[in-house]
Design a protein around this ligand. Structure first.
Ligand SMILES: [Zn+2]
Length: 441
């Protein structure tokens, strides 16, 4: 048995609770591939595949059908095959074995409802599931309806050739047609699921929490982003990620992370039996040697020259330094390039706007603060190689905004300033922001 497997098994064993996160890599391992154009797509959708040239299941849900009968035929055929006839397989057995009798929650973007159909009770479906419907005219007001039986009924009538418009689901309140409650601007998050999930995170975030990530690709940040931030922002949590071909672990949590670049089934087998299947397993990665006191002092002096309002102290974890950054409306931080990934948290005062320019050409903004209605977040993680600047939003009358960040203490202390002209060339639509925030070097 390899060392990594032993450590991963111990993390599972010692965990106070397990947060399972899963996205479409998990569904694909179960035989449900939303993106595949294959015989199975034809078997499930039947004549609708050629009638509308539907290339995959994802399109079957999003397609603008010329009539509602065919739309609901497509939904019902998919739901019959992948939900009504669903039989939990080996993966679900393994998962139940790993969770054992520990408190758990499953956080998924999969809309197939498979975890619930496999008898897992604590599931948060962040993109809804295709067995639920909402009113197309009043999605917020008229509630969420369970369509399991109705979809099966539509399927049977479709097969018998007796399906009529009267069989299609309508809103009990207003009579308007129903729509599926899956990822769209009208999506209604299940409040019971959401509350259960929030309570779980509150209760266990400072305890020995294990995050077990299943089939989430590096570019799918909907769940991966906040869950890795949760690990970064807490002390005792551990992170095990399984994704064939592409494992990505933020550097800052490397010491508490193990990654399997393998099929989920093989990784589950190694984790539950200890058998060495020769899988590609990486981590945990020890942080590099810490700086000497002299080097730390030098780093601090250097930071002070560029950011007079930075204050540095030893972080909670021995391998990290905490930075406090105070900005005000007249003094934003200049755009600088991160050599290491960093976690940043809102601390005090006004909310702050963070401008991020990634090395692969994406620009995005994040608001750090407490107002959830403005989509502000308390903390987030910025990948290495991102150019970043912080600006005070001047919204609480505090006169300043204070943030706290953590960086690895082996950082060289160099501050890298991106070249203004090169950055504008790469992000022409953000020229105004760059001109305002980049140092005139
Ligand atoms: Zn209605």
């Amino acid at each position: 048995m390899t060392k990594s497997i032993q450590i991963a098994q111990k993390w599972i064993q010692d965990a106070d609770a397990i947060l399972v996160t899963a996205s479409n890599g998990f569904s694909i391992s179960e035989g449900l591939n939303l993106f595949a154009n294959d015989q199975k797509l034809r078997d499930v959708l039947g004549d609708l595949t050629d009638k509308y040239q539907i290339p995959n299941l994802l399109t079957a849900f999003g397609y603008d059908y010329p009539n509602d009968l065919d739309k609901w035929r497509a939904y019902a055929r998919v739901a019959e095959y992948y939900s009504h006839d669903y039989q939990p397989g080996k993966l679900m057995d393994y998962l139940a074995k790993i969770i054992d009798d520990k408190p758990y929650y499953i956080w998924t973007s999969n809309t197939d409802h498979h975890f619930a159909l496999s008898n897992f009770k604590n599931v948060f479906e962040i993109e809804g599931n295709w067995l639920n419907g909402i009113c197309s005219a009043h999605p917020k007001e008229h509630g969420v309806v369970d369509l399991t039986d109705q979809l099966h009924d539509i399927y049977l009538k479709d097969q018998q050739g007796t399906l009529t418009a009267d069989d299609l689901p309508k809103c009990d309140e207003c009579g308007e047609p129903l729509a599926l409650n899956v990822a769209s601007e009208n999506l209604q998050i299940d409040q019971t699921q959401l509350e259960g999930f929030s309570d779980f995170v509150q209760k266990y975030q400072e305890k020995n929490l294990l995050i077990l990530e299943l089939g989430i690709g590096p570019n799918n940040q909907l769940i991966k982003g906040p869950s890795t931030q949760l690990v970064a922002a807490t002390n005792k949590s551990h992170y095990i990620t399984i994704n064939k071909g592409e494992v990505s672990i933020p550097e800052i949590i490397g010491e508490r992370s193990i990654g399997f670049s393998s099929s989920i089934e093989d990784a589950f087998e190694e984790l539950t039996t200890g058998k060495d299947l020769g899988l590609k397993v990486t981590g945990p990665v020890k942080p590099q040697a810490e700086l000497s006191p002299d080097e730390q002092k030098e780093q601090l002096e250097f930071l002070k020259q560029i950011f007079p309002s930075y204050m540095i102290e030893r972080g909670v974890r021995p391998s990290e330094l905490s930075i406090y950054l105070t900005i005000d409306p007249k003094h934003m931080s200049h755009l600088h390039l991160l050599k290491e990934g960093q976690a940043w948290m809102y601390s005090l005062g006004n909310s702050a706007l963070v401008h991020c320019f990634t090395r692969d050409g994406k620009y995005y903004q994040v608001q750090l603060g407490l107002d959830k209605s403005k989509k502000q977040v308390h903390g987030f993680y910025i990948e290495a190689g991102t150019a970043v600047a912080f600006e005070d939003l001047n919204d609480n009358g505090a006169g300043f905004s204070q943030l706290s960040g953590s960086i690895p203490s082996n950082s060289s202390g160099e501050i890298l300033l991106p070249q203004k002209s090169a950055l504008i060339e790469m992000f022409p639509s953000q020229a105004e922001v760059i001109n305002r925030l980049a140092a005139d070097a």
